[in-house]
Design a protein around this ligand. Structure first.
Ligand code: ADP
Length: 255
């Protein structure tokens, strides 16, 4: 299904933790139907940027707009309702559910009213639930995890839990998807499937913002790369251009 992706526009965003300035007037723009990668050394503010976009922290200054709506004062639940889903460095997978149930329930990551109706078993619940399961099966198939559908979700190895978390987010059909270091712990096969899944979501029209250390994955997936250093955006552009940036060469390629 096509996704009504939303432009994500961060303008002059600043955030300090005590005396430590994590973001210094940072601005970025991520477009629907594009993968935008956020890269930079450890401590440069990448995770802080994601946490601010999804409403976990409040800004000291600056604005965050999603589809033209300013969200920088919204709670994380309100931001989720704008259609924003995210993954975490430590996968956030519900306990005591199967792989299939974990993926199917991902639909409610951005839709709290449906979650409530599902819980309350209001009319329509059964039909919705059947659709959710069919969609979850399709996504599991596409990442080669169908055979694991009845396993306990939290019992999977880390790489697969990361894949599962991305699959949950994909089922939610988010307008904006924020991905935080999803590739670590994955083998080559898993990386290929991961990239395929993210491309499919992008091609459906979602806005994807990817924080990632794996520079090869960034180069293969990103339409635009944004480089953060010490809380500032120091470069922004297509991979072919960013690859030649001196700070990127030294940080990522050791040249
Ligand atoms: P990155 O994701 O690029 O590694 P982070 O956004 O995690 O960078 O961190 C940027 C800076 O902000 C670091 O100096 C980090 O210690 C600090 N920081 C991030 N989150 C917090 C927090 N909750 N409390 C205090 N300091 C934080």
């Amino acid at each position: 299904d096509p996704i009504d992706g939303a432009v994500l526009e961060v303008t002059d965003l600043s955030k300090s933790f005590g005396g430590n300035q994590a973001l210094r007037s940072a601005s970025l723009r991520a477009e629907p139907g594009r993968v935008t990668a956020l890269i930079g050394p450890n401590g440069s503010g990448k995770t802080t940027m994601l946490n601010m976009i999804c409403g976990f922290y409040t800004a000291d200054a600056g604005t965050i707009a999603i589809g033209g709506t300013e969200v920088q004062r919204f709670s994380s639940h309100r931001v989720a309702r704008e259609g924003v889903a995210r993954t975490f460095q430590t996968p956030n997978i519900p306990e005591h559910v199967t792989v299939l149930e974990a993926v199917a329930s991902g639909r409610y990551m951005t839709d709290r009213s449906s979650m409530l109706s599902a819980i309350l078993r209001l009319p329509g619940y059964r039909r919705t639930a059947r659709n959710d399961v069919a969609e979850a099966e399709r996504v599991l198939e596409s990442v080669g995890m169908s055979h694991l559908r009845d396993e306990v979700a939290t019992s999977l190895p880390l790489g697969m839990r990361r894949m599962l978390e991305v699959a949950r987010a994909v089922v939610a059909q988010p307008r904006v998807l924020l991905l935080d270091e999803i590739a670590s712990g994955m083998d080559e096969d898993e990386l290929v499937r991961l990239a395929t899944l993210i491309r499919a979501l992008r091609d459906a029209g979602a806005t994807v913002l990817l924080v990632e250390h794996n520079f090869r994955l960034v180069l293969s997936l990103a339409d635009t790369i944004i480089v953060l250093a010490q809380g500032e955006v120091i470069a922004q552009g297509p991979p072919a251009e960013i690859e030649r940036h001196p700070r990127v060469l030294s940080e990522y390629l050791g040249i």
